[in-house]
Ligand binder design. Structure first.
Ligand code: GAR
Length: 203
């Protein structure tokens, strides 16, 4: 059984896609052991509680120094003995020690086709604003392993989504979620859980 910990910051629709995937048998051999949010108001925490998944809030604001937050985050993740950390709309910069300790055991979903529209400053709705500003006709989402860079780790899966006339950032965001994010991330977890990903866990 693959034990996963999901890190969130907001609405948690990607978390929901994972919960639904496990429930429906699209993701097998997987247990969601904990959901951790840096934001106490994140609706993702409610989604976890509704599904009897331990929901933990750890905010850097509640710690005097960043290093104490980093230590608490690592300790919490370790205490649930997770095999895979899933960043599902997680907006905190992870401690380098965590990335090193969980080398090729952390995956992220990014709302664009990496290496386009990624890196520092590209997150959430902003990504779609930039896509529309630039006038590109195809965007999408990328699921990738997390390394010390921003959106630079090995790519696991990508799916393209059309940009349509009249799109607003919100409309485009929803289409990218529905047609790409909620599909490729659960699929990546199922692949990892069933030994079909060769990078998972390598040093
Ligand atoms: C998603 O679109 C995800 O791709 C994005 O934040 C949103 C979270 O939505 N993540 C990033 O931008 C990370 N760089 P959700 O809370 O409803 O899953």
């Amino acid at each position: 059984m693959l034990r996963i910990g999901v890190l969130v910051s907001g609405g948690g629709t990607n978390l929901q896609a994972i919960i639904d995937g496990v429930e429906a048998g699209r993701i097998t051999n997987t247990e969601i052991c904990v959901v951790i949010s840096n934001n106490k108001n994140a609706y993702a925490l409610e989604r976890a509680k509704k599904n009897d998944i331990p929901a933990v809030c750890l905010s850097p604001k509640d710690f005097e120094e960043r290093k104490f937050y980093n230590e608490a985050l690592i300790q919490t993740i370790d205490s649930y003995q997770v095999d895979l950390i899933v960043l599902a709309g997680c907006m905190v910069i992870l401690p380098p020690e965590l990335i090193q300790k969980y080398r090729n055991r952390i995956i992220n979903i990014h709302p664009a086709l990496i290496p386009s529209f990624c890196g520092t400053g590209y997150y959430g709705l902003r990504v779609h604003e930039k896509v529309l500003e630039r006038g590109v006709k195809v965007t999408g989402a990328t699921c990738h392993f997390v390394d010390e860079g921003t959106d630079t780790g090995p790519i696991i899966a990508q799916k393209a989504v059309e940009v349509l006339e009249g799109d607003t950032p919100e409309i485009l965001q929803r289409r990218v979620m529905e047609q790409a994010e909620w599909i490729i991330m659960p699929q990546a977890i199922d692949d990892i859980a069933n030994g079909r990903n060769k990078i998972f866990g390598t040093k």
